[in-house]
Design a protein around this ligand. Sequence first.
Ligand SMILES: [Zn+2]
Ligand SMILES: [Zn+2]
Ligand SMILES: [Zn+2]
Length: 736
Amino acid sequence: MTSFVNVLLAQNTDRLFTYKVPPHLDTTVAVGNTIVISFRNRSMQAFVVEFTNEPDYENIKDIVSVLDLPLVFTKDQVQIAHTISDYYLCSFLSALYLFLPPGMDKRDKKINQEKVKFVSFNMPVHAVNNFVKEYESNQRTSQMAQVLKSIMLAGGTIPLSDLPKSSSLRTLIKKNIITIEDVLVSRMPENAGKSIGQGIAHGLDLTGDQHKVITEIIESSKDFFLLHGVTGSGKTEVYLRVIEHVLSQGKSAIVLVPEISLTPQTLARFYSRFSTQVAVIHSSLTPKERRRQWLKIQSGECRIVVGARSALFSPLRDLGAIIIDEEHESSYKQDSTPRYHAVTVAGWMAKQVGAKLILGSATPALERYYFAQKGVIEKLSMPSKVKPTAPSEIVVVDMRKEQESGNHGSFSKEMVHHIQDTLKNGEQIMLLLNRRGFAPFVICKTCGHKLVCPHCEVTLTLHNDNVLYCHYCGYKAANKPLCPQCQSIFFRYSGVGTQKIEQELASFFPNIRVLRMDRDSTRTIGSLEAILSRFSAGEADILIGTQMIAKGHDFDNVGLVGVISADVALNLPDFRAAERTYTLLSQVAGRTGRRGKAGKVVVQTYNPDNYSISLLLENNYQKFYDEEIMFRQALDYPPFARLCRIIMQAHSQKALSELAEKIDKYLEINRFEDLQIFGPMPAPISKIAAKYRWHIIIKSKSIHSIQKVVKSLKLIFVEYEKSIKWLIDVDPANIL
Ligand SMILES: [Zn+2]
Ligand SMILES: [Zn+2]
Ligand SMILES: [Zn+2]
């Protein structure tokens, strides 16, 4: 019987094509192979995606040849791509592209364009392959074969800088086999430079909890684990031991961390334990470094991949474990198509290949904890720290009373007092305010109008360079506003951002050394690492920052964590507001009281009675969970129902309301079962970057019902394709 395959062209396509496998290649062709095909009378490189039935049209062309290159993806990965496409309602190819080697996805948006010299073939690739065979057979020409294979591996074209400088290149150009040309590509940041510490002790004694948990993971027949361990309970050591076990079985492991640059200490421990077997994938790698890492992983030289979300799609073979640290972090959800969540996809992958999935967190995502309670995921607990400390003293300050007593500044008397004390003890302080800039509101003194960005329905923020910024679209304007309502030129600046805190702090404590860490102060590559290492070295007394400072860095000498306002996230119209608030506050509170000393936490709020703040005092996740899960159940929010959000964006309000009317009518006539539909209606942030935003929220217990209604709505959207851009977000991280 003849077999047929669907193939993906190595360059610039948005669909698959079917080819026939000729009898002499029948035993050679496999999923993930790089092959040569004839496409529109040109010889081109392509990848075998899957075997398929004989199509019902004639003249199917034969595969020309199979190239001797590493497999680009596996059958299992293709299966996962299908699952991603079905579940997240995105195209199969957009899901498959997740697995392709770096540089293959030529659809990448060109942001910062730059001219780069590219090497490509001057002849059909099957002809090149003949040269490869010829050159390989001779010691003297084998380097030329190597160069040609590198180009093939990159899909037929490769930056000149990625090839080793050699005489082979010149010879190949002279022989007219390859050619060099200028191509516009997007500019990637340079290597951030790792600041990896050395000399970390191996084989530390395990605590009883660690021992129990490791044994459970390794010996249990279960596959999914939620490791609920308080900050400092030694989760990383558990990961390391599980990986040691996985390696000893000849298997490999993936470790996801929320953001590589924020976790240098965790990375250091992986390097020190497994040295060259670790491949690290992060956003500041150059394309060349990325490709090198990909090859090291593909060839089996590296069997442990540590990285952010996208490391999940590494070409590891014999996967034994996927570990996701800080699994509650929002960075695990991708905010462009395909809008997948790494935890969800990791679950499918683990199941597909029989690997163990270990999710670790001190404050698990509510949904995950729910499934752990129900026994769907195995719950493991590490409730105490490796080095027992007295619990941190947590103080909640009611800012309403502070206002009544005439203090209108950002610092309560209590906060100032604790800062003084801590400084006197020679300890360091971290201050959290999850809002950057100087003043987030610019309000007309005459009519009370709040200035908003001309392109977005978002207030403008004053920065300390006396410029007004929009944090959504990047719009900026000199701070000389004219009120659009009443033409007044008198404004007051309200609210606080990290920059204002920096200034106010200087007025209380003129001689202290302060560092600020937020998106504005960490724009340049390496600046974030620099701030962290300076604070760690004691070069500053106080570190002010946004949520960035709450993540996994260990500082030995932090005696006080102050939260300037616990209410920033709480006031957003989003059902996850309480969860986000509780998680952020517990995380930042965990930054103090390490290394044996008890620490202090001072939290300022206008909502001291809200359970996401008051329960912080008890430091009891279970209690918070019990409260929050009741709220979710009462309103039928996840995990009790699934959400799907369709966002529609257009330059004209009129087009949107027209479409909305049409959808309303359609939904009136066509009743869908087992689901609730809200909207179409303007989104809470109703305009971004000059585009109006409307959304539809679909809620259902059944993902199939959601898929059904989305598929039929798509038919209506298609009519408006020209004027309205729409996107589908299954399990949205927020609904703003
Ligand atoms: Zn800003
Ligand atoms: Zn006004
Ligand atoms: Zn804007």
